[in-house]
Every structure is written in structure tokens, then in C-alpha cells.
Design a protein around this ligand. Structure first.
Ligand SMILES: NC(=O)c1ccc[n+]([C@@H]2O[C@H](COP(=O)([O-])OP(=O)(O)OC[C@H]3O[C@@H](n4cnc5c(N)ncnc54)[C@H](OP(=O)(O)O)[C@@H]3O)[C@@H](O)[C@H]2O)c1
Length: 270
């Protein structure tokens, strides 16, 4: 008896493989998606042995349209799917002035296009079934893009905005949307992007087990935005309050008085 099936993208290693471990131990059947089938088979064999849950493996490169569409189709039609962990992602990219445009296309195809299509398929299905959980893996870099090369944090800011809008649209239903914002986490993504974690102080790097355990605890707490390292959640609430304070003035008929153009009110306070 399982709790339904969780589909996890980028499940061959790192954060996705750790979600697979934790969700199998919570009793979910799994549908693992990534390019490296042997790694997923090794993981699945261990999890079947340890938990007895059913596990399906799908080899797919989510930047390739027909492979993405076949995963999207499974997400729409495979019986029993109750959760999407929209995790597959790549980093790097370099400064925009010198970046390889083909690599940037890959980055956007995986981090934006594939995550959007899968989130849309899940939202349609779960919305119809009136239950289900969508977990999008963003990054804290969405909050400080100035410290990074531009494209990766921009893709993660996109995913934060997508998740916040989707959560608001589905708020009245029993469909859960959570966006997880990891900081630096010990996985292969750094080396894959041509970098290294060695250049970072150890006190800002989280182990992947802790990251996923905290993210799932945030899900259990009902959080929409989970920042696993943030000691005081009210700091995030203050950030949200500042956003809410801006909102009434973000679209008005008059330009602001400080621009002193024809349509500006003469009284700066007005
Ligand atoms: N680690 C960090 O410091 C950190 C921080 C913030 C956010 N994140 C986010 O967390 C997510 C997971 O990252 P991670 O750190 O676990 O990275 P990782 O260890 O490099 O794992 C990435 C996963 O994505 C899969 N993948 C890569 N390209 C793919 C493609 N074209 N099609 C299908 N699957 C693909 C990889 O599997 P295959 O190679 O087998 O396809 C792998 O399973 C990413 O979205 C990342 O942006 C990570």
C-alpha cells in the first residue's frame, strides 16, 4: 500500500536522489526521471530492497522536446501520481558577455521550459483531481542575482515567481505548491558547471541529506516558500510584507512626483 506515486526529475543523484530516498521511506511509489539509467537502477534497487515501494525508471533528457513531452504525457496519464518534485536543473553559464549561447539555451530549456511544462501538466491533473503536491526546486540565488552570473539566478527567480503565482491560484484547492530555495548544497552540480565548492566557506554549505529533510519538514509545516537554512522564518515574512507594501503603488495612472514630468502630481507627497 503506497501513498501514491511521486515523480522526481533529476533523480539520478544529488537533491533528486535524496528526495527519492526520503519519499520512498515515507511510503510513496516513485517514478524517477533523469538521463543516467544505470545510476537510477542502482538507487531503485536499494530503495526497493529497503522499502518495498514500486519504482519506475524513465530515461529522459528533458531539454529534448519529444523526451520532455513523453514525461509530460506520463505525468498526465499514469495512474496514481500524486506528487511532482520538479528538481532537474543545471548551473553555471558564465558572464552574459562571454557565455556560450548554446549552453544558455540548455540552461533555459531545462531550468525554465521543462519545469514549466511539467508544473503545468501537474497543475492541470492535480487541479482536476483536487489533490496533489507540486514541489519546485528554486535557489536562494533568486534573491541575490547580483552575486552571480546572470542566467542561472534568473531561471531560479522565474521558478519562484511561477510557484508563488501557482500557489495563489490553487490556494482554495487541496493542491499544495511548495518552492524550495536551497543555498549552497554539497552535490555534483558545482563540478558539472565547471566550478567547485572548495572555494566557499564550509559554514555556508549544507549537506544534501539535511537540505532535503528540512525541505520536507517545511512541506509538512505547510510552507509555500521554504529556505532550509533561514533560522527565523519571520525574516522571510518581513520580506513578503515589504513586497505587499509596494503593491498598491506599482501601477498608477500618474508617474511619481520625483520624475517631475507632465503627468506627475505637483505635490511630491501626493
Ligand atoms: N546544489 C546546490 O548548491 C543547489 C543550490 C540551489 C539550488 N539547487 C537546485 O537543485 C536542483 C538539483 O540540483 P543538484 O544540486 O542535486 O544537482 P546535481 O547533483 O547535478 O543533479 C542534477 C540532476 O539533474 C539531472 N539532469 C541534468 N540535466 C538533465 C537533463 N537534461 N534532463 C534530465 N535530467 C537532467 C541529473 O541527472 P542526469 O545527469 O542523469 O540526467 C541529476 O539527476 C537543481 O534545480 C539546482 O538548480 C542546487
Amino acid at each position: 500500500m503506497t501513498r501514491g506515486t511521486a515523480i522526481i526529475t533529476g533523480a539520478s543523484t544529488g537533491i533528486g536522489a535524496t528526495y527519492a530516498d526520503r519519499l520512498a521511506k515515507r511510503g510513496y511509489g516513485l517514478l524517477l526521471v533523469a538521463r543516467d539509467r544505470p545510476r537510477m537502477e542502482t538507487l531503485a534497487a536499494r530503495l526497493v530492497r529497503e522499502t518495498g515501494v514500486g519504482i519506475q525508471i524513465v530515461k529522459a533528457d528533458l531539454t529534448v522536446t519529444d523526451q520532455l513531452l513523453s514525461v509530460e504525457m506520463m505525468l498526465r496519464s499514469e495512474p496514481g501520481i500524486v506528487m511532482l518534485v520538479n528538481n532537474a536543473g543545471i548551473g553555471g553559464g558564465g558572464p552574459l558577455q562571454s557565455a556560450d549561447p548554446t549552453y544558455l539555451d540548455q540552461l533555459i530549456a531545462l531550468n525554465v521550459r521543462a519545469t514549466t511544462r511539467l508544473a503545468a501538466a501537474a497543475a492541470r491533473r492535480f487541479g482536476g483531481e483536487k489533490q496533489g503536491t507540486i514541489i519546485n526546486i528554486s535557489s536562494v540565488t533568486a534573491l541575490f542575482p547580483e552575486r552571480m552570473d546572470p542566467v542561472y539566478p534568473a531561471t531560479k527567480a522565474y521558478l519562484l515567481a511561477l510557484s508563488q503565482s501557482l500557489a495563489a491560484q490553487l490556494a482554495a484547492s487541496d493542491v499544495r505548491v511548495q518552492v524550495v530555495m536551497p543555498g549552497a548544497t554539497r552535490t555534483e552540480i558545482w563540478e558539472r558547471a565547471g566550478g567547485s565548492l572548495d572555494s566557499l566557506p564550509s559554514e555556508i554549505i549544507m549537506d544534501v541529506d539535511d537540505l532535503v529533510d528540512a525541505a520536507l519538514a517545511g512541506l509538512d509545516l505547510g510552507e509555500i516558500v521554504t529556505i532550509p537554512s533561514l533560522p527565523d522564518h519571520s525574516d522571510w515574512q518581513r520580506y513578503e510584507d515589504a513586497r505587499a507594501h509596494l503593491q498598491p503603488n506599482l501601477s498608477r495612472s500618474n508617474p511619481a512626483a520625483r520624475y517631475a514630468v507632465a503627468g506627475s502630481p505637483t505635490n511630491p507627497a501626493g
